[in-house]
Design a protein around this ligand. Structure first.
Ligand code: GLN
Length: 244
C-alpha cells in the first residue's frame, strides 16, 4: 500500500486562520484514493529527522510566535529543514511559515528575526497590513491554475535570484503589493501567503503538491481523479467575486 509521511511543523504554535485545514485536506484526498497518510506533529523541543518524512507543512503565525521559535530553530531544526529542502523534500509553507524559510524578517517595530535561510528571500514588515481575499495564477510549470486565498500580513517579502515566484498576483497584494509576485518556488518547496485554508478550495494545487511528493517515492503512481464539484464551486465563486 502507498503511504505518505507528513511532518506538521509547530502545529501548536503556527496555526492561523485554520491553516491546519491543509493537513485535513491532504489526508482526505489521500484516503479517498486508498493511500495511507501518517501525520506527525513536531514542535519545540522535539527531535526532527528530515529523512523520516515525504512532505512538510508549516502554517502561519504572528510576529510574537515567530520570535518564540528562533531558539528552537537554531538548536537544530534550521539545519534539518535546510537539508530537507536541498534533498528535494516537498514543503508547503504558509505566510509566517513561508517567511521563516527565508533569510530574515525585520518586523515593522524593528525586531530582527534571523530565520532558516533555506530560501533566497527576506521579509521586511510595515505598519500597514495587507489583508483580504486575493488570487494569483501559478506558473505554467505548476499547471497554470488560478489560486484563491486569504492574506493577512505586515511583512513584505522580496525574492532573490535563486527562487522564483509561485505565481503572479491577479487581485490583492501577494508578496509585497508592489512587484506583482506571489509566494516562492524552489526545488519542491511551495510557499505562499494564502491562508484560507488554502488547499480545500484549490484542489488542483492540492493534487499538484501531493503528486510531487508521491512521485518522488513511487515513480509509477497514477493519481486517480476525484469528484471535486464542491471544491471547485467554492473556488469558482471566489474567483468570480475577485474578478469584479
Ligand atoms: N507575522 C507575519 C506578518 O504579519 C505573518 C503573519 C501570518 O502568518 N498571517 O507578516
Amino acid at each position: 500500500m502507498y503511504k505518505l509521511n507528513i511532518c506538521h511543523l509547530y502545529p501548536d504554535i503556527l496555526n492561523l486562520y485554520g491553516d491546519r485545514g491543509n493537513i485535513i485536506c491532504m489526508e482526505k484526498r489521500m484516503q479517498w484514493r486508498g493511500i495511507e497518510t501518517e501525520v506527525t506533529g513536531v514542535s519545540v523541543g522535539d527531535a526532527l529527522n528530515y529523512e523520516d518524512y515525504d512532505l512538510f507543512f508549516i502554517g502561519g503565525g504572528q510576529d510574537f510566535e515567530q520570535g518564540v521559535l528562533l531558539k528552537d530553530l537554531a538548536a537544530g531544526k534550521a539545519k534539518q529543514i535546510t537539508e530537507a529542502v536541498e534533498a528535494e523534500k516537498v514543503f508547503l509553507a504558509i505566510c509566517g511559515g513561508y517567511q521563516m524559510l527565508g533569510q530574515y524578517y525585520k518586523t515593522w517595530d524593528g525586531q530582527q528575526c534571523d530565520f532558516i535561510g533555506a530560501l533566497d528571500l527576506y521579509t521586511v514588515g510595515e505598519k500597514d497590513r495587507m489583508i483580504g481575499n486575493y488570487m494569483f495564477q501559478c506558473d505554467e510549470s505548476d499547471g497554470g491554475m488560478v489560486v484563491v486565498g486569504f492574506e493577512n500580513h505586515s511583512g513584505k517579502t522580496w525574492l532573490g535570484e535563486k527562487v522564483r515566484p509561485m505565481g503572479k498576483v491577479l487581485s490583492g497584494n501577494g508578496n509585497n503589493g508592489k512587484d506583482g509576485t506571489e509566494g516562492a518556488r524552489y526545488k519542491n518547496v511551495f510557499a505562499s501567503y494564502s491562508h484560507g485554508s488554502l488547499l480545500p478550495k484549490n484542489p488542483r494545487l492540492a493534487d499538484q503538491i501531493l503528486k510531487t511528493a508521491l512521485l518522488r517515492k513511487y515513480p509509477d503512481i497514477v493519481l486517480e481523479e476525484l469528484d471535486d464539484q464542491f471544491e471547485n464551486a467554492a473556488h469558482d465563486y471566489m474567483e468570480h467575486r475577485l474578478k469584479k
